[in-house]
Design a protein around this ligand. Structure first.
Ligand code: DGL
Length: 277
């Protein structure tokens, strides 16, 4: 392994590109490989064993490509898979839950923090455990499974998203929640609509936090601590995109999450995904 080796980032689909964007912005010289398991998305409604197996498959493929560190850019995969992955691999592994948990506990004045995520993430209670070790905070969770297809369809504002958001976020009605973790990779692109509805249902200003920036900062710290930073700072690192379903479909959706067009997406198979090219 060398410090010039790439960093692997994986998600169930395109949502983790919000994390990839933050990593690329903070660490422009690092070489990055992103894997979206689009053939098996969504992970959010699946059981723990399945998500763990899928996560191991994804990490194995990236390990074979010689990565020096791994980012699990998926809340559900972090919730169910991070312990198994840390047991299986020796490279540093950063998930999306711990970094934003620290940020939320620091941000909240009322000590009451809301979490929205997939059914799997909410069921795992990973955020409740993570923040429980950091301070005396109360956590209220709400699963919002319809936000993922809305984000993928690009329905990020308007009546439909507002009405669905009102219905889910009613869980926080008239509470003293002052900080809301967007505990799913897809939700940041709905942030503007969710922020408005959240302020409305709570009746005061709520700070929305997403995992991307905090995760990139945590990765930066680990690379520094372990002496793994790429010494070559003269050029922008390579960005490689892999998907387990059709690359064209991945590219079409990716721009919304990554913030710019992707050069090229390559198709790969994982055990259990069928060839799409
Ligand atoms: N990436 C998933 C997460 O952050 C959302 C999409 C899915 O359900 O796979 O939990």
């Amino acid at each position: 392994m060398t410090t010039r080796d790439p960093i692997g980032i994986f998600d169930s689909g395109v949502g983790g590109l919000t994390v990839m964007r933050a990593v690329a912005d903070l660490l422009p010289h690092e070489n990055l490989i992103y894997l979206g398991d689009t053939a098996r998305v969504p992970y959010g409604n699946r059981g723990p064993e399945t998500v763990r197996r899928y996560s191991l498959n994804a990490a194995n493929l990236l390990q074979e490509r010689g990565i020096k560190a791994l980012v699990i850019a998926c809340n559900t995969a972090t919730a169910f898979g991070i312990d198994a992955l840390r047991d299986a691999f020796e490279i540093p592994i950063v998930g999306v839950v711990e970094p934003v948990s620290h940020a939320a506990v620091k941000t909240s004045k009322s000590g009451h923090i809301g979490v929205v995520g997939t059914r799997g993430t909410v069921r795992s209670e990973v955020y409740v455990r993570s923040m429980g070790t950091l301070g005396n905070v109360r956590v209220t969770q709400q699963a919002c499974p319809l936000f993922v297809p809305l984000a993928e369809e690009g329905w990020t504002e308007g009546d439909v998203v507002e009405s669905i958001a009102k219905s889910y976020l009613a869980a926080f009605s008239d509470s003293d929640v002052d900080t809301l973790i967007l505990g799913c990779t897809h939700y940041p692109i709905l942030a503007s609509a969710l922020g408005e509805v959240m302020n409305d249902v709570v009746g005061s200003d709520v700070t929305l936090l997403d995992s991307a920036t905090a995760t990139a900062a945590a990765l930066d710290e680990i690379l520094r601590t372990k002496g793994l930073e790429n010494p070559d700072k003269t050029s922008t690192g390579t960005r490689t995109f892999l998907a387990t379903d059709e690359p064209e479909q991945f590219s079409r959706m990716a721009g919304r999450f990554f913030g710019s067009e992707l050069d090229e997406v390559q198709h790969v198979d994982l055990p259990g995904t069928t060839s799409a090219s």
